[in-house]
Every structure is written in C-alpha cells, then in structure tokens.
Design a protein around this ligand. Structure first.
Ligand code: PGA
Length: 227
C-alpha cells in the first residue's frame, strides 16, 4: 500500500520540518511526501521518500519556472507527481506534456505518480471511460510508474467517490495499464478504510488531510492495518 501526501502550495521549509517532527508512520506502508519545490531540500533530510509535484522534460534550457529531473535527482528527490488536475486546469498541462514529463522523469531514474481523472461535466456527459482511456494511453509502461485516479470533482471538495465508483474506475485503469493505482480526492481518516479495502485500490494520493501530521499519521496507520 502506498500513501502519498500532496502538499500543493502549502508549507515552506520551516513548516516542513515542523511536520516531520510530529509525523509518525508505522511499518508496513510505503509513505511518500510531495512538498513544494522550496521545501524539497528540507524534506529530503528526513526519513521518508520525497517526490516533487512536477518535473520538466528537458535536461536544462530556457524554461523559466521549471525544474529538470536531473536537478531533482541531485537533491535526493526520489520521484515526481505528473499531470495533476490542477496543473491540467490552471497551467495548460496536456496529455502530450504529461507524457513528456513522465518519460523524462523515468529516464532519469525518478519514480512517477501520474494523475488521471474526469471532471464532473465529463462524468455527467457519460465520458468518464473515454477520458480515462485517453489519459492512460499516453502513460509509459514502466515499473516505476504508478497511476493516481483522482476524479476532479472530488478534489478538495469534500465529495468522495463511493468505494464502488472508485473501484469501477480503478478496474478500467488496470485493464489498460498494468500498474498500481492510487485513489485521490478528499481521502481522510474517516473514509480511508472503506476506500483502501477495495481490491483494485492500492493506496491513496492525499491532499488536504496530508497537511496535518496527526491526520496523515492516522491515514498511514489505517493503510498499514489493511496491508
Ligand atoms: P484532496 O486533494 O485530498 O485535498 O482532495 C487530493 C489531490 O489533489 O491530490
């Protein structure tokens, strides 16, 4: 079971260190933390694997605001999120750029959590399957790539897919790509056991509930108890 905390644009270096002082994960669960870029260096000094939230496909170059996989590797970062829906929605990420970022990261030795998921409008229009097929099709087949299914309507909204809805989507994704699939979207200690006990749910990508060390520790304990 893999539990990844996506901190988004929260926690500078001082808050990152304070989080790790209070964080306590049990054995038996893989834990990953994805802090903002400025806090990566503080986080890699701690005992849990650290992933970036984004990575560029070029080795270097005139790409203001971007960071290459080699730079992350040099810092001791072990992986990166790719294609989070907030990147797709607010920063022009496309299936093509998701593919390029994922391929470059894997080629540099980083692990990848690639995010896919339909919007509410797409689900209501009956397009969920087509969207997932399209987004999964571009993802490299690689042992170090994990997919996170994050229905966009469930992110940060408090609306969670029911375990059955998540299981159905995970089943589809696994039929298209032979890899672990994490669920993401308003996962918290209260709903984690129901979601994580589904047979096709291999872990969680957690936003809001990963910011608080006590709630993230408790999520990790729940995952460990189900592993
Ligand atoms: P959330 O975010 O848990 O706050 O819904 C999940 C994510 O965006 O990865």
């Amino acid at each position: 079971m893999l539990i990844a905390g996506n901190w988004k644009m929260f926690k500078g270096p001082a808050e990152t260190l304070a989080f790790f002082d209070a964080f306590d994960a049990p054995e038996g669960v893989d834990v990953v933390v994805c802090p903002p870029f400025v806090s990566l260096e503080a986080a890699v000094g701690e005992e849990w694997p650290v992933y970036a939230q984004n990575v560029h496909w070029a080795a270097d170059g005139a790409f203001t605001g971007e960071t290459s996989a080699a730079m992350l590797v040099e810092l001791g970062v072990q992986g990166s999120l790719v294609g989070h829906s907030e990147r797709r929605l607010f920063f022009g990420e496309t299936d093509d750029t998701v593919q390029r970022r994922a391929e470059a990261a894997l080629a540099s030795g980083l692990k990848v959590i690639a995010c896919v998921g339909e919007t509410e409008a797409e689900r209501e229009a009956g397009e969920m399957e087509a969207v997932l097929r399209r987004q999964v099709a571009v993802l490299p087949r690689h042992a170090c790539l994990v997919i996170a299914y994050e229905p966009v309507w469930a992110i940060g909204t408090g609306k969670t897919a029911t375990p059955e809805m998540a299981e159905e989507a995970h089943g589809l994704i696994k039929s298209l790509h032979d890899t672990r699939v994490l669920y993401g979207g308003s996962v918290k200690p209260e709903n984690a056991a129901d979601l994580l006990s589904q047979p096709s749910i291999d872990g969680a990508l957690v936003g809001g509930a990963s910011l608080d060390a006590a709630s993230f520790s408790s999520l990790c304990r729940i995952a460990a108890s189900l592993s």
